[in-house]
Design a protein around this ligand. Structure first.
Ligand code: ACM
Length: 634
């Protein structure tokens, strides 16, 4: 450590984390601390170099000043000093994975300078400046630093499923605000499902009229959201899932399905029978008409066709489809789906779109320009890349699996020691977290996405060797607050919803419990509770949030309790009093549950926690007594 200090003195620079435990998230590609501080006061402003007008940049600077102002209480933007912003050009007219998102930032006591080749790079840099704002006894400041930053992967996304449960435009907009704050750049918008078709089509209005329960985005709303995303350097990739997961299409247009119909909107969750008919010319005419209309709404060069979980029985049992397969030498459903995908890909190419699909579409006949999204495991990502396909990873990043931020953080599309040659590795574009919405509503969505997503965003942006879990949690705790300041509701969610469940009674016991436990995983909830689409999602499990901060704190305390020095004593005392308070929750919740029906679901969790607390207390007792007897361990 002395050697490190001397080296830092010799070069005049301090490498993080020595000297400064920063709270940047994602961590920049390169960062060197300098000496001194740039004072932030009401004279601080942003000066944009050059005469060319860039409205997107101007709006970004406006938002930056507003957010810096609300972080500091300063009325900013009226002075002459501060941040010099220099942007070489606006970047791509339609953002693609090739967009240059790099920037360099230098802060000295005399001023700050942010340089970027594109507007998107400048937006990324402005987010970093906001995260650098700090305070000391003299007031607000930016620490002196030199940052040269660029993303590790060009495709860094969040999938939001609005098919199973609809999310209104304002909910989507606030997710976009959060995504920009953690430097994500793709909203993958899952717009059609068995349970709902969510976009207004003027050409085929029976889609939304019969397939949406009235819950869909108008074309004006779609345009507005796409523009809102572009303003934040975020692409919008639409997904219209086919040939399966498509019941809602056929309520209004049964003729394009492989069965006789009629159809109704599916209310259960799972994998269902209705499937597009890939054998009829009319199906492709319909899809081409639809894609032509939607291509004008969604400017992104990529288009997601879904392609997952084709149930297949309509294809197996329809004599006309079986005859078609014989004539075209399509030996099985996989071959028929590959035929469908080839025809879809040709339509998409005519409309300037490149095809993306889930990993089921990997097939020898898949067009080489296709991007494959791996959800069933990382193997398909590797397999696809070896066979020449570009790929994005989602396996390990399903937010409905209710895993910890740590679990998601350590998933890597290109882990150390991966088996890919450099050429194949370069085809891995990045990845996407997935917010599937069987159990998600506008009320709970923020609590499911944020802020575990910041950990995934860091994996996709920062260098591979940034993977220190305790440091991630330390920064995440700060990031959670920043995201809340943007209008996301994850921090207040549990308390707010628990008060509602408690129906006027004192909710503190329920809140105390829900701060300690997490929602059951997707599959467990599905089997425990027979949910349909209209089931109100107002249970204790909905009020709980994944990876509650108390969990990491408890893990940290347990580790400290095992240290071979004095720190262990304090940690053991702290843990012991936690265990005592955990055990007290169960009888208190029993009393509350006797009066309030919606609280009763939480009682088994409270009892299990009391049991854990009892075991924990015994274990602490054993620690002082040497090796525990085998009977006790059992
Ligand atoms: C999927 O989860 N079926 C993509």
């Amino acid at each position: 450590m002395i050697a490190l200090l001397l080296a830092a003195v010799a070069t005049g620079s301090l490498q993080a984390p020595l000297g400064v435990a920063h709270t940047l998230m994602p961590v920049p590609a390169s960062l060197v601390w300098q000496v001194g501080r740039l004072r932030l006061d009401s004279s601080f402003s942003v000066r944009v170099a050059g005469s060319r007008r860039d409205d997107r940049l101007a709006r970004g600077v406006e938002r930056f000043l507003r957010r810096a102002g609300s972080a500091t209480g300063l009325l900013l933007g009226r002075g002459a000093g501060g941040l010099a912003l220099s942007v070489a050009g606006p970047g791509q007219r339609v953002q693609s994975p090739e967009e240059d998102e790099s920037y360099t930032l230098e802060v000295t006591p005399g001023g700050a300078s942010l340089q970027a080749p594109t507007t998107v790079g400048a937006l990324r840099g402005l987010e970093t400046v906001l995260q650098l704002i700090d305070s000391d006894s003299a007031g607000w400041y930016l620490p002196s630093v030199r940052i040269a930053d660029r993303p590790r992967f060009p495709w860094r996304g969040l999938l939001i499923d609005v098919g199973r449960h609809f999310e209104p435009p304002e909910v989507i907009r606030r997710q976009l605000d959060g995504m920009a704050a953690v430097k994500l750049n793709v909203l993958h918008w899952h717009l059609s499902e068995d349970q709902g078709f969510r976009v207004e089509s003027r050409r085929y209005p029976r889609l939304q009229r019969f397939g949406s329960d009235g819950l869909y985005y108008t074309q004006a709303e779609i345009r507005e959201i796409v523009a809102y995303a572009r303003d934040r350097g975020i692409r919008v990739v639409p997904e219209f899932d086919m040939p399966g997961h498509s019941t809602a299409w056929f309520v209004g247009y049964p003729a394009y399905s492989s069965g006789p119909g009629p159809y109704t909107i599916e209310r259960h969750f799972g994998v269902f029978v209705p499937t597009f008919d890939p054998t009829r010319a009319e199906t492709y005419q319909f899809l081409e008409g639809f894609i032509a209309e939607m291509a004008a709404l969604f400017p992104d060069p990529y288009w997601h066709i879904g392609g997952d979980e084709v149930e297949g029985s309509q294809w197996r049992t329809n004599p006309r489809i079986r005859a078609f397969m014989r004539v075209h030498r399509l030996d099985n459903n996989g071959a028929l789906q590959a035929y469908f995908n080839r025809r879809l890909s040709a339509i998409l190419t005519r409309h300037g779109k490149r095809m993306v699909g889930w990993d089921e579409i990997l097939h020898p006949d898949l067009p080489p320009t296709t991007v494959v999204q791996s959800w069933r495991g990382q193997n398909s990502l590797v397999e696809g890349a070896k066979r020449g396909y570009r790929g994005i990873l989602s396996a390990g990043w399903y937010l409905d699996a209710m895993r910890t931020a740590e679990f998601h953080y350590l998933v890597d599309p290109l882990a150390e020691g991966n088996e890919l040659e450099p050429d194949a590795a370069s085809r891995i574009l990045g990845g996407e977290a997935c917010m599937w919405a069987e159990h998600v509503t506008p009320e709970s969505i923020d609590s499911r996405i944020w802020p575990r997503l910041a950990a995934i965003a860091e994996r996709l942006w920062s260098p591979r060797d940034v993977r220190d879990v305790p440091d991630m949690y330390r920064r995440l705790a700060v990031m959670r607050g920043r995201l809340e300041a943007l209008g996301l509701g994850h921090e207040g969610h549990t308390g707010r919803m628990a008060r509602r469940l408690a129906d006027g009674h004192d909710a503190s016991v329920l809140i105390g419990l829900l701060e300690l436990v997490e929602p059951v995983r997707f599959s467990e909830r599905s089997s425990l509770q027979r949910l349909v689409q209209q089931t109100p999602l107002v249970f204790a499990v909905d009020a709980a949030r994944p990876d509650p901060p108390m969990q990491w704190n408890a893990r940290k305390a347990a580790r400290a309790a095992l240290l071979p020095d004095d720190r262990a004593t304090a940690a053991r005392h702290g843990l012991d009093s936690s265990f005592v308070s955990w055990a007290a929750l169960a009888p208190a919740l029993d009393s509350l549950g006797a009066e309030v029906p919606l609280v009763r679901d939480a009682i088994p969790a409270a009892r299990a926690l009391a049991r854990v607390a009892a075991i924990g207390r015994e274990a602490l007792g054993q620690l002082g007594r040497g090796p525990a007897p085998p009977e006790w361990i059992k």
